[in-house]
Ligand binder design. Structure first.
Ligand SMILES: [Zn+2]
Ligand SMILES: [Zn+2]
Length: 634
């Protein structure tokens, strides 16, 4: 007999070798029905795995968030099984679950898979799922695994990379076997509500030197309703595509003459200027000094910074007076020159120097995507110079600042801490440990939860990444805070300490929006183009009921609005009132003022807020006060 301890602390005896499945059944049949996997002593396992010793057991039901990952990963297996049935030549890479579903990277050989092929695969998946095939786990030796997957070049490669003597597991459902650690749903009947969504190219093991495989994305849910509401959201995201809205709202354009180099149109320029003005205002208040460094600088500088060695293939270059120049891919080296212009004292610290700097980075033409992937963008950069004992406080200050700025846009976020890479890193391990601890301490002191990504830091220092979640539940990596132990060395940065001696400062790179262009792209989709009033290119549309009669009053109202620096336009065209109102709606202008006889004679305005049904009539002065208050409070 063995003792099983449950999550609530209670302990029960069972026969040695009992499965979590049988334990669940002994508690209640309805519990067993809901269970899809288990945690034994903290490790996730299949429900039918025998438990061979005293253990702590947590049953994972379909309501547990982990269960959804297991379902989705199992759906990837089912998809691979279906693909193999339809395309026997297919070779399989990897098929994990991801934030919103799953994917599998597959080599289809000669066949070029298109989205039209997905329904056929879905059909076979449904058929296989209905057969309620059990997923059978098997432990095999490396030799056996290699023999089993000898026809599969990618799986063979993965197996060869596994350490000698490690237990390798395979899972078989029907006639399909896959190399996998598990766990999975007990049988394919769980996979009922799934959908294959899209295709993408993905290099084997993420390396562009390797073959490009076809990645099939799909999603899977326990409930049909959950799947449907997810699919509805995917549709809504398509409607919000910033490339489409950018065109409809006259914000920006792209031209074949400048692939990846966005053009800002008058309306987009207003939005952009507002965003930048907000950024400047807040940063000045936070004690930042603002600079601008040149777009092009001599190659020698990029040699010192290391970019010439490590980043050359992403940089554009040119020649001036027979000397090679590079267009900056980052603002840092220019910032270093500004720092070195003066002698610094510890008393100047923290020294916070910001720059909205236009950088150019080469991206493959196939990777370009509206404002999300461009070849030039404006980084909202800053470098913070300080002593090591200031790190905790300064990080906390930054997190507070980021927290405020993101909240203005209604964007929530989570933080990830990336630590020292295992192999390629500079500096002493003790320094890294101290730096990582300082970052973690700062977050802990603020009660901020964060996720640790071990080994994911840059070679020159650990970093914090801020992942924003938009209104469509998507995650965007925007803000970063990076500690840099490299550039202060390379540029021989110094400051004078209390004892009059030269010391090396600690340096942070930080960006809050990341790229202004990309951030605007995110905002367009986040707000579906209906920007808050303070950001809106046009804030008020003045619409006289009959332009012939009410033109004069409309001009008076427009003048009053413009006087108060409100962005307003009048629509005096000889078009039907309904038509002009609808057009203001499609341009998503926050306020429409309709002015008729009553308004004109009594100095009133009748306004309607974008997206609202009802209109209200107030005095012009009251309207101006109301909108000013709204803008001031963002
Ligand atoms: Zn698996
Ligand atoms: Zn920098």
């Amino acid at each position: 007999m063995i003792n099983i301890k449950f999550a609530d602390g209670s302990v029960k005896s069972f026969e040695n070798g009992i499965s979590a499945d049988a334990v669940a059944a002994s508690i209640s049949p309805s519990l067993k029905k809901k269970c899809i996997a288990a945690k034994v002593n903290g490790a996730l396992v299949d429900l039918n795995r025998p438990i061979g010793a005293d253990a702590e057991l947590i049953l994972i039901t379909d309501e547990d968030p982990i269960a959804l990952d297991i379902l989705r990963h199992s759906s990837a297996h089912l998809m691979a099984q279906a693909v193999k049935a339809v395309y026997p030549q297919a070779q399989f890479g990897v098929g994990p679950s991801i934030e919103e579903g799953f994917y599998y990277d597959i080599d289809f050989g000669e066949k070029v898979l298109t989205e039209q092929d997905l329904p056929e695969i879905e059909k076979v998946m449904a058929k296989l799922a209905a057969q309620n095939q059990v997923l059978v786990r098997k432990e095999v030796s490396k030799k056996d695994a290699l023999a089993m997957f000898s026809n599969d070049i990618y799986k063979s490669e993965l197996i060869r990379d596994l350490p000698e003597g490690e237990i390798i597991t395979t899972y078989t459902q029907g006639d399909f076997s896959d190399l996998c650690r598990g766990p999975h749903v007990p049988s394919t009947k769980w996979i009922k509500n799934f959908k294959l969504l899209s295709l993408a190219g993905a290099y084997w093991r993420g390396d562009s030197k390797n073959k490009q495989l076809t990645r099939i994305y799909g999603t899977s849910f326990f409930g049909a309703e959950q799947l449907q509401s997810y699919l509805d959201m995917v549709e809504e995201r398509k409607k919000r595509d910033h490339r489409k809205l950018g065109k409809e709202l006259d914000l920006f354009m792209l031209s074949e003459y400048g692939p990846g180099f966005p053009f800002w149109l008058p309306k987009g320029m207003i939005l952009r200027r507002e965003l930048e003005a907000f950024w400047y205002k807040v940063h000045l208040k936070e004690g930042y000094q603002l600079i601008q460094t040149p777009i092009m600088l001599n190659k020698e500088l990029w040699v010192i910074s290391g970019h010439w060695m490590n980043y050359r293939e992403n940089m554009y270059t040119s020649t001036i007076d027979d000397q090679e120049f590079a267009i900056k891919p980052m603002n840092c080296p220019g910032g270093m020159l500004v720092y070195k212009r003066d002698i610094h004292s510890y008393k100047d610290f923290p020294l916070k120097v910001g720059e909205l700097g236009l950088v150019h980075r080469h991206e493959a033409s196939g990777a370009l995507n509206g404002l999300f992937r461009v070849r030039n963008f404006t980084q909202d950069d800053a470098h913070i110079f300080m002593t090591e004992d200031m790190i905790v406080h300064e990080i906390a200050e930054l997190v507070r600042l980021y927290d405020y700025m993101y909240s203005v846009f209604g964007l929530s976020y989570h933080i990830e801490l990336s630590t020292r890479p295992l192999e390629k890193f500079i500096g002493k391990i003790e320094t890294w440990d101290r730096a990582e601890k300082a970052l973690a301490d700062a977050l802990n002191s603020m009660g901020k939860a964060f996720k640790v990504n071990p080994g994911d830091g840059a070679f020159y220092g650990p970093k914090l990444d801020f992942k924003l979640r938009d209104s469509m539940n998507r995650i965007w990596q925007c803000g970063t805070i990076q500690l840099d132990m490299n550039l202060p060395e390379r540029f021989d940065l110094t400051y004078i300490d209390q004892n009059g001696e030269k010391q090396r400062p600690v340096m942070l790179h930080r960006a809050l929006f990341g790229s202004i262009e990309r951030f605007i792209g995110i905002l367009i989709e986040h707000y579906a183009g209906a920007f808050p009033t303070w950001l809106s290119p046009v804030q008020v549309k003045v619409i006289p009921v009959n332009p012939e009669i009410h033109k004069e009053y409309a001009a008076k109202v427009l003048g009053a609005l413009l006087d108060k620096d409100l962005r307003a336009e009048a629509d005096n065209r000889d078009e039907k009132l309904g038509y002009r109102i609808r057009e203001a709606q499609t341009k998503k202008i926050p306020y429409q003022l309709v002015l008729g006889d009553k308004e004109a004679s009594e100095g009133l305005v009748t306004f309607r807020r974008y997206g609202k049904e009802e209109s209200r009539t107030v005095s012009l002065d009251d309207f101006i006060q109301m909108i000013q208050k709204e803008i001031a409070s963002k």
